[in-house]
Design a protein around this ligand. Sequence first.
Ligand code: ADP
Length: 457
Amino acid sequence: MFQKILVANRGEIALRVIFACRELGIKTVAVYSEADENSLHVRFADEDICIGPARSSDSYLNVPAIISAAEITGADALHPGYGFLSESAYLAEVCEACHIRFIGPDPSVIRLLGDKAKARRAMKKAGVPMLPGSDGPVESEERAIKIALGIGYPVIIKAVAGGGGRGMRIVKTPADLPHAFKTAQREAESAFGVGDVYIEKYLDSPRHIEFQILGDHHGNVVHLGERECSIQRRHQKLLEESPSVAVSEKVRRKMGNLVVDAARAVQYTNAGTFEFLMDEKGNFYFMEVNTRVQVEHPVTEMVTGIDIVKEQIRIAAGARLGFKQSEVTFTGHAMECRINAEDPETFVPSPGMIHAFSVPGGPGVRVDTAAHSECLISPYYDSMVAKVIVHGRDRQEAVARMKRTLEMSVVEGIRTTIPLHLKILSDPDFIAGRLSTHFMERFAAKPKTSTALAESA
Ligand code: ADP
């Protein structure tokens, strides 16, 4: 097992990794930017090192500074969390070269799956169902027009290197394609440094359903069931739950086995998420693989009782998975609300000092946060303040539990999305489980069409 793990992240996920390390008896090193000097992840790590100024590009994305911090402190492994460098094959390679174990899949697997066009190809080969789309990146407008015609409108243009819901364009008619194609390329170039885009069929009213997997270095792969993440705004998840009301036990087993086989086909190790869209008829279509721990991993932990971060660490250290697929059981229903520092109606960011912070506990409640009273929510980083996660015997109990938790939460000094979550939780369609990725459009400040949503994303 590792002696010391450097946590290359900030906020709640840095703390989450520190929790796992403490429980495993592993020392931790926090890295932080000048803006995060007083953060909880710095306070609770055994050692800490400042890696640069507030701007992420100078600190949390600064590979030389992070690697130096690991070398100076003698860390033998690095956990990247989510966001920042978590899907950087380059960081994983540098770690390997410096004899620091990267807690994630092999760099070649990260590279393959990080290219969405290549991932599509690999998954298609492994027998995973796909939406009709381009076979690889589309170079020219002429090709794009031809391909879109073959697929049939509407189509969606996506960045090969995409992530975080950015760089996507929905195209409803052939007349809109040339402009959308150019803009998508330009946006992809500026956001990801790679302008390549691909095209696939756009599904009108899908659910976003994803499967969590774990794979060790001894050929064992298991799935931990699905998460429903259809409640999104601008392709960013707001509320997640497990299980999905749309997935029967039979479908869970079938899709789970399919995902496990696909993971084996690309020699996937560590934790990963296979994301799918599900149409109204219940058909699944592959979207992408996230090669890291996800924000919403706690809902899976709540229903399976498996500590995903600890498993990531054990797997990276070479241990075998401690359980078989038949030993993975699902109990009750879990739900997560992402509480963001944003105006709940306009979604304008609301950074600033939190003067009072209290989220009640009680049965079945888990709060993953690095926030506390008198802490500053910095404008430099993403706006998530806390994840409130609840577990109930069934969905109805989970919803009631989430409502009472949010109703009794106190966050003073900044605006948060708590009022928005309370509206969602009281919505008749939400209560009935009638969800799709368009669910949130009715809560937008001004009614917007899906095209407008994508254009502003
Ligand atoms: P990212 O990696 O940027 O998060 P994804 O490929 O995971 O991008 O897609 C994010 C979201 O965009 C999905 O959850 C879904 O709401 C929407 N989306 C992506 N592809 C399609 C599609 N083909 N049809 C309809 N919606 C889509």
